[in-house]
Design a protein around this ligand. Structure first.
Ligand code: ADP
Length: 490
């Protein structure tokens, strides 16, 4: 099958969070199964160009109508590992992608609406006829709209669109001027509630809703989150739309790329290890302590790695830092936020706690340190308020680092409590708490720390179970192929 992935992120060249890992991992899985995969991305200024090989111009002077004028674009081609990627570079003063960050700009809706339009124009003009166009999150919500309203009459009749929602919180809610900029026009048609009209804001356009309404299939990234988003008020206003389209909506659990996340071969970590040589993990713990100036002790290291977003339960993270250092554990954190006020808060906290030899916070994005933390920590805390899938708990388990998580979304689908779970004993792989409050997180941490301290054999079996579980893309890759086949035959 010929599959085009269109997304705003791809690991490791432009990564903010899990979206980047998923586009990388799923694409690689499809390639290993002999499908033809091509990925379209914006050509950002800040990409890891050192990780792109054979970058060259592939299509020049791609003219796109935009806001009553014409913008010429260059499409570059290059390889990221074995993946074929195209990068869109507009030649205009709008400077859409030549910025410091992927997101967080006042004109984000315009930037990604433009990206969506150029991507479709590129497919058309370069004579590509993919069976599947798989697009991701609000940034590409207009792709299925363009496909069925415009480009299916311009050569893309046989392509089908699959739309994956990684986070319902960000929907691309914007003004109707986008309709005019993209040449879709007809506000009375597109703003109707059964198309792109936002369910809550009467005159606003909702790009994610467009993706849901117009694509042939919609997924989110775990079965539990599919239920939460549709029926339990975690669709951020899109619940009704998901109910209307429930026959083409499904939760497919994300995998992780087991080549990227592999303690046996990870070149970032001090000592490679596997489930057969778990004892070597302790050398990574020692190296992490040295790197982060923690004292050597018998305490377990508990880590938080992730975006600093209210979604992630930041109050519980903050509480846990103090709770752990006061209760026989060490705490390390690696995170960053596009919101400067959140970064400032955590920078202040860092100044306060980094003096303590049992605690270390780093407020930035650092791929290498993330790998070292996954390998060196004993436990990983994920106290999210909501979590569509969550990859950090899956990565942690691959590194024998025991997750302590709140039972929401994909966390509930992948982590099973050691002491209280419906799962068989040999499936239990971590600690789970239910309530979004400090008592609940404290109890879960207490149980994890106590097991580490007083029942090392039990803790060791948790590590073995966690490391042996299969969280690769194999199963979910097959699920997506089944979806692609299903919509292609329809
Ligand atoms: P989300 O998609 O909500 O950001 P996920 O758990 O699905 O959360 O994915 C997060 C991914 O981003 C993981 O690969 C994690 O290691 C990585 N990550 C998040 N923050 C950082 C950071 N500050 N430095 C390095 N990697 C990070």
């Amino acid at each position: 099958m010929h599959v085009i992935q269109i997304a705003a992120e791809l690991a490791p060249i432009c990564k903010v969070g899990g979206l980047a890992d998923v586009v990388q991992g799923l694409s690689r899985e499809l390639v290993t199964r002999d499908h033809l995969v091509e990925i379209i991305l914006p050509k950002y200024k800040h990409m890891r160009y050192d990780l792109i090989t054979e970058l060259r111009k592939s299509y020049e002077n791609l003219i796109v109508n935009w806001n009553q004028r014409q913008i010429s674009c260059i499409v570059y081609m290059g390889y990221v590992d074995e993946l074929t990627c195209f990068f869109i570079e507009p030649q205009s003063e709008d400077n859409f992608f030549n910025r410091e960050n992927c997101y967080g700009e006042p004109d984000d809706a315009e930037r990604f609406a433009f990206f969506s339009k150029v991507s479709m124009e590129f497919l058309c003009k370069s004579n590509r006829h993919p069976e599947i166009i798989h697009c991701h999150d609000w940034h590409t919500g207009l792709i299925p709209v363009f496909k069925s309203e415009v480009y299916q009459h311009l050569g893309l009749r046989d392509s089908r669109t699959c739309y994956t929602i990684h986070n319902f919180k960000h929907q691309g809610i914007c003004g109707q001027e986008i309709l005019c900029a993209t040449d879709l026009n007809r506000p009375e048609y597109f703003l109707s509630l059964d198309r792109l009209g936002d369910n809550r804001h009467k005159t606003a356009l909702n790009l994610m809703k467009g993706g849901i309404v117009y694509s042939e299939f919609v997924t989110t990234v775990s079965p539990t989150h599919a239920i939460e988003a549709r029926n339990q008020n975690l669709g951020f206003g899109l619940e009704k739309t998901l109910q209307t389209h429930q026959d083409k909506f499904k939760g497919v659990l994300n995998g992780i790329d087991c080549k990227v996340w592999n303690p046996r071969e990870d070149s970032f970590i001090a000592k490679n290890y596997s489930v057969q040589t778990i004892e070597r993990k302790s050398q990574n713990k020692r190296a992490l302590r040295e790197r982060l100036h923690l004292e050597d002790s018998k305490r377990p290291i508990i880590a938080y790695i992730g975006r600093l977003d209210t979604q992630k339960g930041l109050e519980l993270v903050r509480h846990s830092i103090f709770y752990c250092i006061n209760n026989k554990a060490q705490f390390v954190l690696l995170g960053t936020s596009p919101d400067p006020s959140i970064n400032d808060d955590f920078d202040e906290l860092k100044a306060l706690v980094n003096e303590d030899l049992n605690c270390h916070l780093e407020i930035r994005f650092d791929e290498e340190l993330a790998h070292q933390m996954f390998a060196g920590a004993d436990m990983l805390l994920v106290p999210s308020r909501f979590e569509p899938c969550g990859l950090t708990q899956l990565i942690a388990m691959r590194y024998g680092t025991i997750p302590v998580v709140r039972s929401v979304g994909g966390l509930a689908d992948t982590v099973f409590d050691k002491d209280n779970s419906e799962k068989d004993l040999d499936m239990r792989n971590g600690y789970v708490f239910k309530n979004d409050d400090v008592i609940a997180v404290e109890r879960a941490l207490d149980r994890a720390i106590a097991c580490f301290d007083t029942a090392p054999k039990d803790f060791h079996s948790l590590i073995v179970t966690a490391m042996q579980a299969d969280h690769s893309w194999s199963k979910s890759g097959q699920c997506y192929i089944d979806i692609y086949k299903h919509i292609s035959s329809g």
